[in-house]
Design a protein around this ligand. Sequence first.
Ligand code: FES
Ligand code: FE2
Length: 350
Amino acid sequence: MSAWHRPGPGQELANELDVAGEARLYRAMRWFWHPVMYASELTDSPRGAVLLEEPVVLARLAGEVRCFADLCAHRGTALSLGSISGDELVCAYHGWRYGADGRCVAIPQKEDPAVVPARARVPAFRAQERYGLIWAGLDEPRWPLPEVPELESGEWAIVSAGPYRWRCDAARQVENFTDFGHFPWVHPGLLGDPDRPVVPRHQVQADGHVLRYEIVRPEAPNTEDLPVFGNEQAGPPQRRSRYELHLPYTIVLRLGWGGERGMVYFFASQPVAADRCAGYVVIGRNYNTDQPDQVLRDFEDTIFGQDQVVVESQRPERVPFDLADELHLRFDAVAVAYRKAMRGLGLAAS
Ligand code: FES
Ligand SMILES: [Fe+2]
């Protein structure tokens, strides 16, 4: 049984009944761009990744990022073990060479290596590089990536953190990123104040596959060790957080303190398998531009480490998209909207 279908505790019967639904869901998730690695990780050798349980190989060929099934057409060797020569991907086992479209272009064992059977090819998927990440789409993506001009203007300082590889469903990781109620409990002193646990009122606007909402809350002061926020300015100590949740697993969060200073968090979770994901965080800011990147990375490593313990303990492992399965209160508006929108787009098993 694949991990995508592995039942969680107490879920066996429900999941047995829902294998067809799960398979549909699995297919639906192929129609999105998903991150598979940082662009800096993809240099002059091919590199493997797993997306929706599908092993893929990424390579820079002829100046562009390419994505193929990680499976040589000859004997099924992982192409990610191979190398790049010129504009071709070369299998590590017998040296068959593949071009940018996935077709085998040379078989060195033959007297005429260029005479290649038509079946000698590997499935090619969509791939692109943007926001410092490599993205893959196993089927034609339904929507383009979100626009985040701050990350492309060249004027903001950009820091990446992670990837945060968690043993949970990508939706659990995304939901954690958007959850306001946990800040004082899981991140006291860093993102929340245990003396002020009340979640400010907020409303979620659903706009196709994008959920938008914002929240204004008392500013959590910078810690002395990890001073990462741009809040040293006049005016009320408030932080405005504007969220765009692009279904299924990408979030753009813009923070402001009422002045010129701004910070943008770009977060995307890679659905590796039903119980595995990897979270990529790309942060832009127009202040603290000479602060060493490691300060922000240490901050994110701390926050994500605190979250990981809690989220990996959640049961069921998959977010239950049926609202009746959990207890939702008004301050859980985002979680409710996320479940409804995922269901509405056919991205949740019923
Ligand atoms: S297995 Fe790849 S060339 Fe033989
Ligand atoms: Fe958190």
